[in-house]
Design a protein around this ligand. Sequence first.
Ligand SMILES: [Zn+2]
Length: 374
Amino acid sequence: MRRALAAITVLVWTLPADADRRIWRVRSGDALSVLAERFDVRVEDLREWNDLESDTIRVGQELLVDPEPDADGPRYTVVRGDTLSHIAARHGTTIEELRRLNPGLRPDRLRAGQTIRVVAPEGRLRIEYRVRAGDNLSRIAARHRVEVRDILRWNPRLSADRIRPGQTVLVWSEVPESVSESIGAPNHGRLVRGEALPPHPGYIIRDRNRAYGTLETILWIQDAFDAVRARHPGAPRVRIHDISLPAGGPMAGHRSHQSGRDVDISYYQRRCGGIPCPMRRLDPDDLDAQRQWALFEHWLKNDRVDAIFMDYRLQRPLYEAARRAGYSRAELSRWIQYPRGPSFPFGIVRHYRRHRDHAHVRFTCPDTDENCRR
Ligand SMILES: [Zn+2]
């Protein structure tokens, strides 16, 4: 309430005294207490509406005495150090537009606590996005369907190379904010506010209604395919099959895939025949191990995955591609089960039956999802 009333102040400055009966021009003998009684308001209201620091008023001064609620549009409360251009930038608008909305507004006389009318860019929602681990500005921009340069304009104090988890970034977006949450375990869990996997030049999606994940799962999938395409521009597309249903929970044909963190992906193959690489049972020689490694490497080195299920027979060419890419045996021992046998209990890439025609990737619990269980 206080905020809404204070907001009127800026408007008042501009209204001619006789243009509106809500404005009273102070006469000889007027005092705030007298005016309060006459207009049936409180002295503190008059002080507030008129931004008075004391009860002193002078003859000829114009006072707002009856602020009707002004419902047209949001308001912004000026904080120390603000400039009009800064405020305009943060609201996705221009100085000219702010001056039009707030006639008489003096850019050189902004005060902390003053409120001014602002209008959101047409059809957009104001989102205070909390930066998460692994975010960068292009990812945040893509998530909200805006450009990086827009985010920089809306956040004049932000520097692109110094964003950190927990920080708030202001975004004006046409798509609503989603705060996904993975709850429970992959075999017994659900997904809250799941994100749909968007199209990407690196893959096709079999059924978009079965391709929902946590926001992190969705971003990490896209990141890895970006990485593959950066290094192998000619890579064929692969097929993304199920992730989770929009709200997670049991899914026909799977025991897991319940909490938005599992995804089935066809393998990169030496010959995909000009179509997205199909789900078919591979022999080791069929695997395009170099590209497959580029995909897995991105998740492994960024600690994004708890497990990648892959038939043991296909692990050898993958392992050899990783060795050729410069990884030592010691480094790979944590990541790949091979060459220690399909029952060996360590390795993120590990054997699981029926994974000769696709890899099953299980992403880690997002830091912010406290009820996520591995
Ligand atoms: Zn699966």
